[in-house]
Design a protein around this ligand. Structure first.
Ligand SMILES: [Zn+2]
Length: 329
């Protein structure tokens, strides 16, 4: 049973107050870069007021839950009329309570702990599966491009969102869920120096950013939201002394997850791809290596339009190689 998406009701509650203009230095490739770049400031850059009118955060939604079409309009902001007049959305189109996805995603959702086990080579699935993952969003520029590519190909992806980016694109976050993708968490600040002072994890700060970010997602999509997936900014493998932070997250039912394929869209500039073909070549390395499970890292920031423009080709390559598309819960 699901309660239906209360998604839209809370959107207007968000007032965009202080946003990062883009993302803090994005997920480096820790396998390649031994010393991650440390951001110079933890302070978000204030921008002008957001386009959404502030509303009390506890304003209930008087309207029925939105009808969520399997093929929403590109704007995604206008719920289609509900022919049944019911207040309950059709089966498969409501957020599963206590989850990070809608009911119709149940057939391709895999828990973060399971996928992390697969990355370690444990109990691999019988069929090939790829998880397209996008970090550092959402934003109103590239996230819609990625969503359109996914929708056109009728596949889904996993979005590791940043708390400090959510207020700029609440509608995009809603669409992401409504279209059958999953939302996982990637910290609030993405600030390496704050989260990992001297490269050692600060468990208090990491747990606090987990709590702040999950609360912010709930403010947008409703209290039914929960997730088991967390990606450490920079990747788990980049940092020291993570045991305490891992345990704190585990106490909330959360597992961290890294990746095993990288678009390299955030690599040092000298080695960063400059064409769609290069992005696709990097993202599809698991196909050539015959890997049964691929977790592909890409970034969803305004600066990464090349990544967004590559998604269709990445999907086509994995489809041609016989992979199914999973999302992480
Ligand atoms: Zn990141």
């Amino acid at each position: 049973m699901h309660t239906g998406l209360r998604f839209r009701g809370a959107v207007a509650a968000l007032a965009a107050t202080a946003l990062l203009g883009g993302c803090a230095p994005a997920g480096l490739d820790p396998q390649v870069t031994a010393h991650p770049e440390i951001p110079t400031s933890a302070t978000p850059t204030p921008q002008g007021p957001g386009s959404l009118s502030p509303m009390p955060t506890d304003t209930p939604s008087p309207s029925p839950p939105p009808h969520v079409s399997p093929s929403p309009s590109p704007s995604g902001s206008t719920p289609a009329p509900d022919p049944g007049g019911s207040e309950t959305p059709p089966d498969g189109q409501g957020l599963v309570p206590g989850s990070n996805h809608i009911a119709s995603a149940a057939g391709y959702v895999h828990p973060a702990a399971t996928v992390q086990g697969w990355l370690k080579g444990e109990s691999l699935p019988t069929e090939k599966v790829v998880f397209l993952t996008f970090d550092d969003g959402p934003n109103p520029v590239t996230t819609p491009i990625i969503l359109a590519a996914l929708r056109d190909a009728d596949v889904h992806a996993t979005f590791f969102v940043l708390g400090n980016q959510l207020a700029q694109a609440p509608d995009v976050l809603l669409r992401t869920l409504e279209e059958g993708n999953s939302i996982n968490l990637h910290s609030w600040s993405h600030d390496y120096g704050y989260l990992y002072p001297k490269r050692h994890a600060n468990a208090d700060r990491i747990e606090d950013e987990y709590l702040r970010t999950v609360a912010e997602v709930r403010r947008i999509v409703g209290d039914d939201f929960d997730t088991q997936g967390w990606r450490y900014p920079g990747g788990h493998m980049s940092w020291k002394s993570l045991g305490d932070a891992d345990a704190r997250l585990a106490a909330h039912g959360v597992s961290w997850i890294d990746w095993n394929a990288d678009t390299r869209d955030s690599a040092p500039k000298a080695s960063r791809p400059t064409t769609v073909d290069q992005i696709v070549a990097n993202a599809t390395e698991p196909i050539r290596q015959g890997m049964r499970v691929a977790v592909v890292l890409g970034h969803d920031t305004r600066e990464k339009k090349l990544t967004a423009d590559s998604v269709s080709s990445i999907i086509a390559a994995y489809k041609a190689a016989g992979y199914t598309f999973g999302v992480i819960s």
